[in-house]
Ligand binder design. Structure first.
Ligand code: AMP
Ligand code: TRP
Length: 344
């Protein structure tokens, strides 16, 4: 473990926005790995970041439903609410409170350089975006540092935000002359840290893509999974004999990586098995694998979503346990900054 984090007990934190249904990208890039970390016995805290979701407009009833659906996805994928803490961000006030302090530590220029901000405002009038969208990475740093988390498993697209989290921690520690916040390590691992759209190998698979055919949703049933993979864009060549041969074939590379991550194989091993074979052979094998791995999750999600009160109970219990960790850390941060706390 890196030296900078060594005085801190290993603790994992990560979050997913409930701004739409969970996708195969979320599952392979994040959720599946959250379960692995939980099962390694490290302390794990997972958060549905509803305050991040409202940085772009969300219909209130849909947001509530999507938050419950995402919670069901976590549980169905193997998050055990007794071993991990699972909760929604807005139920622990410390996230917003620490984010305000970080808004005063971070610089406007840092936020303006974030590629996610640039992507989300590309071709639009940035002046008309919410102030929350601009400050989004500051809230994300607060999510992580509120728990003194040392490790954050995420997909590739979050790397820059985690670098910024380290910058915020370092500037806070430096400005106040303390060694209070850990310098968090990103954990970006596995064959599928960036799952691409099934329609366009140059675009990330995303819950907000207007085309449903571009993604596999965790709620998709066997038929939909099969249809979407069969129609996935590819090229006419057979799979190459070596990984190198996938270099300029983003769609083929994406399907190989998805297969590898689902089968828990390396992409090399997939190429060893399927090299020289056409998509007529590879796609049906991928469909069988994906259906075997994913349809139990969608079935379990449906069962869980039939009892929203139980989901709310789990989130409430998680929020209480999260708050018990967060409150003393927030109190110390306020003390360091110079706030008076004299209320009984
Ligand atoms: P989001 O859906 O943007 O809240 O992302 C939640 C988590 O899923 C983050 O760790 C992302 O990096 C990860 N993630 C989202 N989309 C993908 C994708 N297409 N491939 C890999 N990881 C992803
Ligand atoms: N920004 C992340 C995403 O869109 C979600 C997120 C919010 C997050 N807070 C976090 C991820 C804290 C890891 C840790 O994917």
């Amino acid at each position: 473990m890196a030296e900078a984090t060594s005085k801190f007990t290993p603790r994992i934190f990560s979050g997913i926005q409930p701004s739409g249904g969970l996708t195969l990208g979320n599952y392979l890039g994040a959720l599946k790995r959250f379960v692995e970390k939980q099962n390694e016995g490290i302390e794990t805290i997972y958060c549905l970041v509803d305050l991040h979701a409202i940085t772009v407009w969300q219909d209130p009833e849909k947001l509530r439903a999507q938050t419950r659906e995402a919670a069901a996805g976590f549980l169905a994928a193997g998050i055990d609410p007794k071993r991990s803490i699972l909760f929604n961000q807005s139920q622990v006030p410390g996230h917003a409170q620490l984010a305000w302090i970080f808004n005063c530590v971070a610089r406007m220029g840092w936020m303006g350089r974030m590629t996610q901000w640039k992507d989300k405002t590309a071709g639009k009038n940035a002046e008309a975006e919410s102030l929350g969208l601009f400050a989004y990475p500051s809230l994300m740093a607060a999510d992580i540092l509120l728990y003194h988390a040392t490790h954050v498993p995420v997909g590739e697209d979050q790397k820059q935000h985690l670098e910024l989290t380290r910058d915020i921690a370092a500037k806070f520690n430096h400005d106040y002359g303390v060694d209070f916040f850990p310098i968090t390590e990103p954990v970006i691992e596995g064959a599928a840290t960036r799952v691409m759209s099934l329609r366009d190998g140059s675009k990330k698979m995303s819950k907000s893509d207007p085309s449903d055919a571009s993604r596999i949703n965790l709620t998709d049933e066997a038929d939909a999974i099969s249809q979407k993979f069969r129609k996935a864009k590819t090229d006419p060549e057979p799979l190459p004999e070596t990984l190198d041969g996938l270099k300029d074939r983003p769609e083929a590379k994406n399907l190989v990586n998805i297969y590898a991550a689902l089968a828990e194989m390396t992409p090399e091993a997939v190429i060893t098995e399927f090299g020289g074979k056409g998509f007529g052979t590879f796609k049906p094998a991928l469909v069988d694998l994906a259906v075997a791995k994913l349809s139990p999750i969608s079935t379990e999600m449906k069962r869980l979503m039939a009892d929203p009160a139980e989901i709310d109970r789990i989130l409430g219990d998680g929020a209480e346990r999260a708050d018990a960790i967060a409150s003393p850390i927030l109190r110390q941060a306020y003390d360091i900054v110079g706030m008076i706390r004299s209320r009984p």
